[in-house]
Design a protein around this ligand. Structure first.
Ligand code: CA
Length: 273
């Protein structure tokens, strides 16, 4: 995974520092919060693929943080590993019941923690729960989320967005660059939904399609803003000469030569459920 994002919610400065340094050295993009409320905020903003969550926090405890992350659609499916004190067996059960994926007791062994972290991330992608390029919920979880909403008779807009020109870009620039663009699109959607949507909004990926369930007052305005922000930033992913001519040439100089414009996010469907 090119972009491994980890969120550490831990108030003990030394422990937090140790975790941040250790996982940064393993190429994780690490965010850190030292209170439960900032942790919840960062979970929405930073889009982590895994959260390490301390139980004893100064404002609200880790259980409440976990419960609130599980209630909000944007963070419902992010794997969580609890950091607990020894002799907290009853609490471990409580954490697992609240939807934590694993727990590690303090003082922890860093190698063991690394294995737990890698296992949690791998399990989430192996079970087809999280899309590899973005860490966003995919197939099974998108389906679950849809069923949950139908079960609760929720009214929401279902927006579908695709990247037009994505395959041509991948042909010319390679899959790593294409993955970066996919991640860039995901982050814009995340930013706009965080700023303009509601805590119950959901973002997932099916194949190369982004799925957004939103209860924002004006879903079309949300969609337009996503599309505009993508267009404003996408040229930085192209070489200068492609930007100048407005796209890429596939099979240049051959009979099958064709021109494919600079990528755009395109809304392919919008339904109100
Ligand atoms: Ca603590």
């Amino acid at each position: 995974m090119a972009d491994k994002r980890l969120l550490v919610i831990e108030d003990h400065a030394d422990v937090a520092e140790l975790l941040v340094t250790y996982f940064q050295a393993l190429d994780f993009d690490v965010s850190h919060a030292d209170t439960g409320e900032t942790g919840i905020e960062l979970a929405r903003l930073k889009f982590p693929q895994l959260i390490l969550l301390d139980v004893g926090l100064p404002d609200i405890d880790g259980y409440e943080v976990c419960a609130r992350l599980r209630q909000a659609a944007l963070t419902r499916y992010v794997p969580i590993i609890f950091l607990t004190q020894r002799d907290e067996r009853a609490n471990k059960v409580k954490g697992l019941e609240l939807g934590a994926d694993d727990y590690v007791t303090k003082p922890f062994d860093l190698d063991e923690l690394r294995l737990r972290v890698q296992t949690a991330v791998r399990r989430a992608s192996a079970d087809n729960l999280h899309e590899a390029r973005t860490g966003l919920p995919t197939a099974t979880l998108v389906e679950e989320e849809l069923l949950r909403r139908e079960g609760e008779h929720q009214s929401f807009a279902d927006l579908r967005l695709i990247l037009s020109g994505y395959n041509a870009y991948k042909d010319v620039y390679g899959f790593l660059a294409a993955n970066d663009v996919f991640g860039f699109a995901a982050r814009i959607i995340q930013d706009v939904i965080t700023a303009r949507g509601t805590p119950d909004d959901f973002i997932g990926v099916l194949g190369d399609e982004f799925v957004v369930f939103t209860t924002a007052a004006d879903p079309q305005a949300v969609s337009s803003q996503i599309i505009e922000r993508f267009s404003a930033g996408i040229t930085t992913f192209y070489h200068f000469h492609d930007v100048e001519r407005g796209g890429v040439l596939i099979n240049p100089g051959t009979a099958t030569e064709r021109f494919v414009p600079i990528m755009a996010l395109v809304q392919v469907a919008a339904e109100t459920e």
